[in-house]
Design a protein around this ligand. Structure first.
Ligand SMILES: NC(=O)C1=CN([C@@H]2O[C@H](COP(=O)(O)OP(=O)(O)OC[C@H]3O[C@@H](n4cnc5c(N)ncnc54)[C@H](O)[C@@H]3O)[C@@H](O)[C@H]2O)C=CC1
Ligand SMILES: O=C(O)[C@@H]1CCC=N1
Length: 247
C-alpha cells in the first residue's frame, strides 16, 4: 500500500518523498518514485508527515522505534488499528486513514478520521483521489467498502470479462470492454446528479437488451453476496481492532 501511495504522490507537485523499507527489493521497486530511499526509520521520521504502511501486527513496534514531535503528523493506515491505540506511543498528531491501491493511478477512494485530520493529510489524499472524513467508529465498514473493495470489484469485473470471453470475444478485448465499462459507470455515478436507480433506468431501453439482464439480476441474490462479502471484511477489521487493543 505504501508503494501505491508513493507512486501516486510522485505525480503530484510539491512533495519530497522518502521511502523507507527494511526489504531492499521493496526499496528498489520504488526508487524511481522517491526523492530518497532508506532502510533507516530515523531518516524517514524527519518528514513533516510520516505514513506508517506496515502490517497491523507490527505497526506499534514501528511507531515505538521512531521519535516524532508534536509538530509532526503520523498517518496510520493499518486495518483495525485505532488512533487511541497509537496515540500513547507518539507525540505526533495521529491521523488514521483507510486508503486503497488505486492511489497508484490517482484514483484512490479513502476514508480519514475527521477528529484528527489535518490540512496536510487532506492535501495528500486529494492529490491521489477522493476522500471522505468519517467518525473513527465507521472505519471498520470503510475498510471493507473502500480498502478491501478493489478486490471485490476485480472479482465482479472478471465475471463480466469472462462472460464476454464465453460469448466469443478475445481475452484482451473482453478485458478492455469490461474494465472500461466499470470505469465509465463509476465516473458517471461520481459526476451525475441522478440516483443509481435512475442511471440503471437510463440504460434500459424499452423492450431492449438491458432490461432482460437486469431482470435476471433483480431476481438473483447477487446483491446479498456483495453485502455478505463486505460484512465479512468488516467483521475481520473489528477482530483486528480487538487484537491490537489486547497487545
Ligand atoms: N494492500 C491493500 O490494498 C491495503 C492495505 N492497507 C494496510 O496497509 C498495511 C500494509 O499492507 P500491505 O501493503 O498489503 O503489506 P505489504 O506486506 O505488501 O507491505 C508492507 C511493507 O512493510 C515493510 N516493512 C515491514 N517491517 C518494516 C519496518 N519495521 N520498517 C519499514 N518497513 C517495514 C515490508 O518489507 C513491506 O514492504 C497494512 O496495515 C494494511 O492493513 C490498507 C488499505 C489497503
Ligand atoms: O486485506 C487487508 O487486510 C488490507 C486492508 C484493506 C485492504 N487490504
Amino acid at each position: 500500500m505504501g508503494s501505491a501511495l508513493l507512486k501516486g504522490l510522485s505525480k503530484a507537485d510539491g512533495y519530497t518523498l522518502t521511502a523507507c523499507d527494511l526489504d531492499p527489493d521493496a526499496l528498489e521497486s520504488v526508487a524511481e518514485y522517491s526523492s530518497t530511499t532508506t532502510s533507516d526509520p530515523d531518516v524517514a521520521a524527519e518528514a513533516d508527515v510520516v505514513i506508517v504502511a506496515v502490517k497491523p501486527d507490527i505497526v506499534m513496534h514501528v511507531v515505538d522505534d521512531i521519535d516524532l514531535s508534536a509538530d509532526q503528523t503520523l498517518v496510520t493506515l493499518a486495518a483495525g488499528v485505532s488512533t487511541d491505540v497509537i496515540e500513547p506511543h507518539t507525540d505526533a498528531t495521529v491521523v488514521r486513514i483507510m486508503p486503497n491501491l488505486a492511489a497508484e493511478t490517482g484514483n484512490m477512494a479513502a476514508a480519514v478520521t475527521q477528529h484528527s485530520v489535518t490540512d496536510d493529510v487532506r492535501a495528500i489524499l486529494d492529490a491521489v483521489g477522493e476522500f471522505v472524513e468519517i467518525d473513527e467508529q465507521q472505519m471498520d465498514i470503510a475498510t471493507a467498502v473502500n480498502g478491501s473493495g478493489p478486490a471485490f470489484v476485480f472479482y465482479l469485473l472478471n465475471a463480466m470479462k469472462q462472460a464476454g470471453v464465453d460469448g466469443g470475444l478475445e481475452d484482451e478485448e473482453a478485458k478492455t470492454l469490461a474494465a472500461q465499462t466499470f470505469k465509465g459507470a463509476a465516473e458517471t455515478v461520481l459526476q451525475s446528479d441522478q440516483s443509481i436507480d435512475e442511471l440503471i433506468d437510463a440504460v434500459c431501453s424499452p423492450n431492449g437488451t438491458t432490461i432482460e439482464g437486469m431482470d435476471v439480476l433483480w431476481d438473483s441474490d447477487a446483491d446479498e453476496a456483495v453485502v455478505d462479502a463486505v460484512s465479512a471484511a468488516e467483521r475481520r477489521s473489528k477482530e483486528l481492532a480487538m487484537e491490537s487493543e489486547d497487545e
